[in-house]
Design a binder for this molecule. Structure first.
Ligand SMILES: Nc1ncnc2c1ncn2[C@@H]1O[C@H](COP(=O)(O)OP(=O)(O)OP(=O)(O)O)[C@@H](O)[C@H]1O
Length: 261
């Protein structure tokens, strides 16, 4: 329970008002995080725009999860400030406004899909309509009666995502939500992310699959605990003279290595 509540960090409040799409939902200045013997984030500055799907892309170990943990306020930081929706990350007032879905499913395997969602809906004081809405959003209405322990990995992550959508949080922080999903489900999920952003929510979605860059309004490319690029895909491709996100990433890595020599 404590784990779930800690991982589904949320807070109260409705949608951003008109004109707030372009407002920053996350502002980070001088962030430094040390995990064990590793400097996981090195002096990072970042502004995440609202009402958009922002892709956080980078190889394994580049610091994506650590950055997300800092944004939802569950990461001890060595230095810097992290502001979310105008408040310090982790502020109790953000509990219902920010949802965080980790890589590990955070739902109960011995309960059915519907029981899990009704349980979290009760905690959030949202109603049965909200449960029906999120089941439909992740295409699990027909599976509502199935015990989560009997679901596939992909189905289980969709239940976690459905739980995160309860109460319509303003910022969704999703750590590799499409891992292990087949191409059809991946496409459906990215379509859902687009619809959520169109309705005013802001999404920060991590992935190490560079192909998913095409589905994002903006990209943050991470490497070795730093932001290598913060741009749109079109602009990245143009300035690196490449045709694919993966090639753009490699061109930027090579450019950074040459600059360091
Ligand atoms: N609990 C921990 N203790 C010590 N070091 C850690 C811990 N968690 C992460 N690290 C280190 O911090 C760095 C960043 O890890 P992080 O999990 O943020 O990367 P990531 O980009 O999310 O990777 P992945 O795509 O594999 O999930 C890595 O070098 C990792 O080994």
């Amino acid at each position: 329970m404590a784990r779930h509540v800690a991982e589904q960090v949320r807070s109260s409040g409705g949608r951003p008002g008109p004109g707030s799409r372009a407002d920053a939902v996350v502002r980070i200045r001088g962030l430094r995080v040390v995990r064990g013997a590793t400097e996981a984030i090195r002096s990072l500055d970042l502004t995440v725009p609202g009402g958009a799907v922002v892709g956080l892309l980078g190889p394994s170990g580049s610091g994506k999860t650590t950055l997300m943990r800092a944004i939802v306020g569950v990461q001890v930081v060595a230095a810097g400030t992290v502001e979310v929706l105008g408040r310090p990350a982790g502020d109790p007032s953000l509990r219902r406004e920010v949802a965080y879905v980790t890589q590990a499913p955070s739902v109960y395997p011995d309960l059915t899909v519907g029981e899990n969602l009704r349980y979290f809906a009760t905690l959030l004081r949202t109603g049965p309509d909200d449960v029906a809405r999120v089941l439909d959003a992740v295409d699990l209405t027909a599976g509502a009666g199935r015990r989560v322990g009997t679901l596939s990995g992909g189905e289980r992550s969709r239940v976690s995502l459905a739980a995160a959508l309860l109460g319509s949080p303003r910022l969704l922080v999703l750590d590799e939500p499409t891992v292990g999903l087949d191409p059809v489900l991946r496409r459906d999920l990215w379509n859902l992310f687009g619809r959520l952003a169109a309705s005013g929510a802001s999404l920060l979605v991590s992935s190490h699959v560079m192909d998913e860059a095409v589905r994002c309004d903006r990209l943050l490319l991470m490497r070795d605990g730093a932001i290598l690029a913060d741009d749109t895909l079109a602009s990245l491709l143009e300035r690196t003279g490449t045709a694919y996100a993966e090639h753009a990433f490699l061109a930027l890595v090579e450019g950074a290595s040459e600059a360091a020599r």
